[in-house]
Design a protein around this ligand. Structure first.
Ligand code: FES
Length: 164
């Protein structure tokens, strides 16, 4: 028999208070959307269709509007991800400095295997991203909220150990 997990609403209790504080800073509710989605991701680890519907309801927007925002920003996850979310810049300036090799090293040492896949131990998900604004420090990598500059394939095993 298939088990379904019931959706746990985000904007109740203290979260609702936090959201109301954010919304009070703006003239229109939609201005609080990015913060609201961040709260969803803090609680659930990703932004599901149910969470988009709840957010739409709370902010008086449509679920399709929310989806457009969630799919635009790489910081919002549209499916569950590993405990450490690794983003490697592979835009041209970093690419010519060896970013592809850094990506390969992360895929190998985390056990993820493929971009966007989560490692079997649930610890890592690795993706490629566009410019992280640290072009002079190729290859920059974000591991959750930490930005790490000058990453080379040789440094990857230690980083993986550090974030495991
Ligand atoms: S191109 Fe990689 S950080 Fe800008």
């Amino acid at each position: 028999m298939e088990q379904t997990t019931e959706y746990a609403p985000v904007f109740t209790g203290d979260n609702r208070k936090r959201l109301d504080e954010v919304l009070a800073r703006y003239p229109a509710k939609r201005a609080g959307l990015l913060a609201a989605l961040w709260m969803v991701q803090e609680q659930h680890g990703w932004v599901s269709d149910e969470a988009m519907a709840e957010t739409a309801d709370v902010l008086g927007l449509t679920p399709s509007y929310i989806k457009g925002v969630v799919t635009f920003y790489t910081m919002y996850h549209q499916h569950p991800v590993g405990k450490t979310f690794v983003q490697v810049c592979t835009t041209t300036p970093c690419n010519i400095c060896g970013a592809e090799e850094v990506v390969e090293a992360f895929l190998e040492h985390t056990g993820c295997g493929d971009l966007g896949a989560t490692s079997p131990d649930g610890k890592f998900t690795v993706i490629e991203v566009e410019c992280l604004g640290a072009c002079g420090f190729a290859t920059p990598v974000m591991m959750n909220e930490d930005v790490i500059e000058n990453v080379t394939p040789e440094k990857v095993p230690d980083l993986v150990k550090q974030y495991s």
